[in-house]
Design a binder for this molecule. Structure first.
Ligand code: IPM
Ligand code: MG
Length: 371
């Protein structure tokens, strides 16, 4: 069976990093016969400028028909003043929702040789390996009513609604616990149950699912303010964190910074059938776009997640991750992870180095791919 992959470069540094990830896909096709067909689509500000819509219908159609989407980034200040429904971020949120990508997996793994890139002390972060499982299609991001209204008094009032159905909580809980079973078997559920009723329900449902299905996995609960503090105080206490859409958005940026560079972190957003959208966590970085300075490793590691979660190619995923690790161990650094003795490289060279290492790794293991 041929897997269909939709590649969407998007805005800012999206195109340059995604083109490096696409080169890695080429390598996998040519070196080991990975059976895929790729299409290219557009989403975000550039798509709006060209077509009048940040999520053209053609992109949405292709996204619905493919097995996986590999996405760069969307957004930029030039589109910030557009009406909300035309903004790049809204297009991304709509795509997540239309594809029912409710499970957002954001690993924070520190490559040993990057420990000094973190703003925290080596001993606090060395060996860090945690996974944030963020609910992605519900909560305050999508709750109704929402909007800004003008009252009779002439004063304006803004409203967003935090709402979760218990089934939405249960399904993300299952994802987190299944992942924990393949890791260190510990889940920490993060909420604000001392103040918000919706997250009181969250806590109850997580506990019920854990008790009835996962007695072998350790479950703890933590309030979100404390979790933010614990992440910088002692991040290695966490294995899997499961939390709401907005708390996950915030906590995953903190955990990204623990690893030294947000330029290293991939993510996967999955539906219930292993279809997924894979994107780096870092966003568009417009200040360095088009200058061959962006770090393509998060995009390449996102591709590794695509191999693992949608294509069930865990071994190939590991090869890609090993290739990335070897390149950074050799001292190759894009500016975001640079230190004085390292070799400064651009986006293209970094991508090429990973491709070369991958080719060697595949040849050494005599890899032959049989679909
Ligand atoms: C993220 C981003 C998005 C979010 C924005 C761009 C809509 O911050 O993926 O973390 O808030 O989900
Ligand atoms: Mg975010």
């Amino acid at each position: 069976m041929t897997a269909k992959i939709l590649i969407i470069p998007g805005d800012g540094i999206g195109p340059e990093i995604i083109s490096q990830a696409a080169n890695i896909l080429d390598e996998l096709e040519s070196s080991c016969g990975l059976n895929i067909s790729c299409e290219w689509g557009e989403l975000g500000g550039e798509a709006y400028d060209r077509t009048g819509s940040p999520l053209p219908e053609s992109t949405l159609k292709m996204a619905k028909e493919c097995d996986a989407v590999l996405f760069g980034a969307a957004g930029g200040s030039q589109w910030d003043s557009l009406p909300r429904h035309l903004r790049p971020e809204t297009a991304l949120l709509r795509l997540r929702r239309e594809l029912d990508l409710f499970a957002n997996l954001r690993p924070a793994i520190l490559f040993p040789c990057l420990a000094t890139s973190s703003t925290l002390k080596d001993e606090v972060v060395a060996g860090l390996d945690m996974m944030i499982v963020r609910e992605l299609t519900g909560g305050i991001y999508f709750g109704e009513p929402r909007g800004v209204e003008t009252l009779d008094s002439g004063k304006r009032r803004g409203i967003n609604t935090l709402v979760y159905h218990e089934d939405e909580i249960a399904r993300i809980t299952h994802v987190a616990f299944e992942i924990a079973r393949k890791r260190a078997n510990r889940v920490c559920s993060v909420d604000k149950a001392n103040v918000l009723e919706t997250t009181e329900l969250w806590r109850q449902v997580v506990s019920d699912v854990a008790e009835s299905h996962y007695p072998d996995v350790e479950l703890t609960h933590m309030l979100v303010d404390n979790a933010a503090m614990q992440l910088v105080r002692e991040p290695k206490q966490f294995d899997v964190i499961v939390t709401t859409n907005m708390f996950g958005d915030i906590l995953s940026d903190i955990s990204a910074m623990l690893t030294g560079s947000i330029g290293m972190l991939p993510s996967a957003s999955l539906d219930s059938s292993q279809k997924g959208l894979y994107e780096p966590v870092h966003g568009t970085a417009p200040d360095i776009a088009g200058q061959d300075k962006a770090n393509p490793l998060a995009a390449i590691l996102s591709l590794a997640m695509l191999l693992r979660y949608t294509l069930n190619e865990g071994e190939l995923a590991m090869k890609v991750e090993q290739a990335v690790e070897r390149v950074i161990e050799k001292g190759m650094r894009t500016p975001d992870i640079y230190f004085t003795e390292a070799q400064l490289v651009g986006t293209r060279q970094m991508g090429q180095e990973v491709r070369d290492e991958l080719r060697l790794l595949l040849a050494w293991s005599g890899w032959k791919f049989i679909w």
